[in-house]
Ligand binder design. Structure first.
Ligand SMILES: *Cc1c(COP(=O)(O)O)cnc(C)c1O
Length: 428
């Protein structure tokens, strides 16, 4: 076991001052038991805790750090811009530059608005879809996560076409009333819900590759069918690409699968590790946003120059040739290594991967949606997690979080990781 004395001390103090000791729940390690590591610094593929332990990191700050930690080009871009001030609350040319980069990368995006988090992006995309269509109901996919927006913290009601129920205290039942929830990878359910509420549904929001219940790719034709049916009924199709945008391809999941959204939400990678979110899409919809339209949205720090600089420096590097081929190669070797090792040790597992997003579910079932993801043995996952940590490999502390590979992961990292996984599997 690693020496984590300082982390334990910090954890004691932290819990006195911050609810649950953390500023975002999953960091508390609740689903794997034990207490979290406090991090002091990170570089490339490695993260270092305050006791001085080194880990190969597959969390990547939960997605933003596709280039790896403390990328020198990103850091110097931030420090250059910082010399001229940190925030003006007025337009800057940096905002134009980042907007241009995203618009050039994602074909369905004509215009884009910067916000400060993925949550803000999805919250506003839904408000915008409602304002544009003058309809109230929305369709959400079970197991997809879009941040902590009231109307999206909703679980399915007792039947497909019944009202959703709040999935958090503090969300009024009425707020959940307009949210209809259907399973991932299931077009028939969507069709059924739409037919039950004709002309009442403003939008359908989903992660085109589900990345918050592990990793679940869309079945062949699923996104195309959603595109067809939403177009037919005048429903705004929102792709939440906060995780997948610039990760699975430069143009995101929409490029990978060749399906255009009406509105797209971004975050994570486009901020290069600084707090950013964005929503964008078709011009006629985007024109409904204040100050030219009647849908209100604002932000004191939106388009912050440091965040714009980090995002620009990140996207420019990602637009270089071979970037996604390298990610595919590295990720493929890791995922195949894990799969192979699991088989050798007769571990019941199911492996999904899209580009540099991957997961090993501890289940014997094929995982295609939330129901099947939930069949995973989470106590087995906890052992896997702690086993890996003990060997210097840091994966997300939950069975239902994607593993992220970065451009900073080396052949040596890959080899060490597979060896660590193999050791853990031999004792599982
Ligand atoms: C992380 C994430 C969000 C929320 O973004 P925050 O910046 O944490 O608010 C929304 N949607 C998806 C798909 C995400 O992965």
């Amino acid at each position: 076991m690693v020496n984590n004395f300082r982390s334990l001390q910090a954890w004691e103090t932290s819990q006195q001052l911050i609810p649950g000791g953390v500023n975002s729940p999953v960091r508390a390690f609740k689903s794997v038991g034990g207490s979290p590591l406090f991090i002091r610094r990170a570089q490339g593929s490695k993260i270092y805790d305050i006791d001085g332990n080194q880990y190969i990191d597959y969390v990547g700050s939960w997605g933003p750090l596709l280039l790896g930690h403390a990328d020198p080009i990103v850091l110097s871009a931030i420090s250059e811009v910082m010399k001229d001030g940190t925030s003006f609350g007025a337009p800057t040319e940096l905002e134009i530059e980042l907007a241009n980069l995203v618009i050039s990368a994602v074909k369905s995006v004509d215009q884009i608005r910067m916000v400060n988090s993925g949550t803000e992006a999805t919250m506003t995309a839904i408000r915008l879809a409602r304002g544009y269509t003058k309809r109230d109901k929305i369709i959400k996919i079970e197991g997809c996560y879009h941040g902590h927006v009231d109307c999206l913290l909703v679980k399915a009601g007792s039947g497909l076409t019944t009202f959703g129920l709040p999935d958090s205290e503090g969300v009024p039942t009425e707020f959940a009333h307009h949210t209809l929830t259907v399973p991932f990878n299931d077009v028939d359910s969507v069709q059924q819900v739409i037919e039950a509420y004709p002309d009442q549904i403003a939008c359908l929001i989903l992660e085109p590759i589900a990345g918050n219940m592990g990793v679940i790719p869309p079945k062949d034709g699923y996104l195309e069918e959603l595109r067809r049916v939403t177009t037919e009924y005048g429903i705004v199709l929102i792709f939440d690409e906060v995780m997948t945008g610039f990760r699975v391809a430069y143009g995101g999941a929409q490029e990978l699968y060749g399906v255009d959204a009406d509105l797209t939400c971004f975050g994570k990678i486009i901020g290069g590790g600084l707090p950013v979110g964005a929503y964008g899409g078709k011009k006629d919809i985007m024109q409904c946003v204040s100050p030219i339209g009647e849908v209100y949205q604002a932000g004191t720090l939106s388009g912050n120059p440091l965040a714009m600089a980090a995002g620009i420096a990140t996207l420019k590097q990602l637009s270089q040739p071979e970037v996604y081929a390298q990610l595919e190669e590295t990720s493929g070797v890791i995922s195949d290594g894990i799969k192979h090792s699991a088989k050798n040790h007769s571990i019941s597992s199911f492996h999904n991967r899209v580009g540099s997003m991957m997961i090993c579910y501890f289940t014997s079932q094929e995982v295609i949606d939330y129901e099947t993801a939930k069949t995973s043995d989470t106590s087995k996952f906890s052992k896997y997690f702690w086993g890996l940590l003990g060997q210097g490999v840091y994966v997300a502390p939950s069975q239902f979080e994607a593993g992220f590979v970065s451009l900073a992961h080396t052949a040596e990292d890959v080899e060490s990781t597979i060896r660590a996984v193999d050791n853990v599997f031999s004792n599982l």
